[in-house]
Design a protein around this ligand. Structure first.
Ligand code: GLA
Length: 327
């Protein structure tokens, strides 16, 4: 059974792709998914490596292949503290640009990118990971915040809405089910809504593992975010076989026990997604099958991971069958 058919009544089922996996995982992608996110080729440093240069080739190719196969595209991402080149924030002599200069540059980047893909991209992660993980501060330190001030987030959404009024605009973040961070994400989005900022959804990255976070924490976060009254997208789902501080590197393949536990977790997640499908309208995995994941060698060098529903040969894993049982 195709995933996209199985969940048709509930939400889109997506996968992150890059120029390599679009070839190596092509059949699997076309069979099971009806949405894709370009994993890295729409990030600022890829699209706009220097002031006068835009490089759209890789992103264009991914978007046209997705369209040719009837898949929607999520855009990722416009304003982020990471993978954004230094030239954005500095003059040639290394001195920092001022607020007006950076706002004008942000606007022209957003205009250029959104105009190019207008009508092709149904949702954009406008701002990624702006909230601080710990401490009392709401926003993490970044050049965007330093130079522009708190309203860099509101401005990014305003510019994006002007450039493509038809696209759904999302704030996207991780550790979204951790209570301390959940409260901050909630507070940020609530204040954007109160200011009348054109934000339509919250992207819940969902980089989870066999043990973390608890289903109760995920439920509480979903409940709280849903109370904001905007759309929720699961944007970067994967279920790592290892706890974040687990350093083991001895495994060449996942154990039976890991596979069973992963299936249990995926089953719980998909039951919950369906329960909240009035709010959750898209569920995207951060990859498609275990032959390629950003979690290979991260955060532990030399270690492979197996976070998806399909194995390294694109065959269904126990997790796949468990997810289908939830319907
Ligand atoms: C974050 C970003 C993604 C990607 C992952 C690692 O979640 O949002 O774009 O960089 O880290 O693949």
């Amino acid at each position: 059974m195709r995933l996209r058919e199985a969940f048709k009544k509930h939400f889109l089922v997506g996968a992150a792709v890059d120029p390599v996996t679009l070839d190596t995982q092509r059949d699997l992608l076309i069979e099971h998914f009806n949405s894709v996110t370009v994993e890295s080729d729409m990030k600022f440093e890829r699209l706009h490596p220097s002031e006068d240069q835009y490089t759209f080739e890789a992103a264009d190719r991914l978007v046209s292949l997705a369209k040719a196969n009837g898949m929607g595209v999520r855009g990722h991402t416009l304003v982020w503290h990471n993978q954004t080149p230094k030239w954005v924030f500095e003059h040639q002599d290394g001195s920092p640009v001022d607020r007006e200069t950076l706002l004008a540059l942000m606007k022209s980047h957003i205009d250029t990118v959104l105009s190019r893909y207008r009508g092709d991209i149904y949702a954009w992660d406008v701002v990624n990971e702006a909230v601080s993980d710990s401490g009392s501060e709401l926003l993490r330190p970044s050049k965007w915040l330093d130079i522009i001030g708190d309203d860099f987030i509101a401005k990014a959404f305003e510019y994006a809405h002007e450039a493509d009024p038809g696209a759904l605009l999302f704030y996207n973040d991780y550790n979204e089910a951790v209570p301390e961070k959940r409260e901050k994400i909630y507070a940020l989005v609530k204040s954007l809504l109160e200011q009348g900022v054109p934000i339509h959804g919250l992207g819940i990255q969902s980089h989870w593992s066999l043990h973390h976070p608890s289903v109760d924490d995920i439920r509480q976060a979903t409940e709280q975010y849903a109370s904001l009254g905007l759309k929720l997208h699961i944007t970067e789902l994967d279920v790592s076989m290892f706890a974040f501080d687990d350093r083991r590197i001895d495994l060449a393949a996942p154990t039976e026990e890991m596979l069973a536990l992963q299936a249990e977790r995926y089953g719980q997640f998909f039951r919950l997604f369906q329960e909240y499908s009035e709010y959750i309208t898209s569920v995207t995995f951060w990859g498609a099958a275990d032959d390629y994941t950003w979690l290979d060698h991260f955060p532990v060098r030399g270690r492979k991971n197996w976070p998806f529903l399909f194995d390294i040969k694109h065959q269904p894993k126990p997790s796949y069958w468990k997810v289908l049982e939830t319907i």
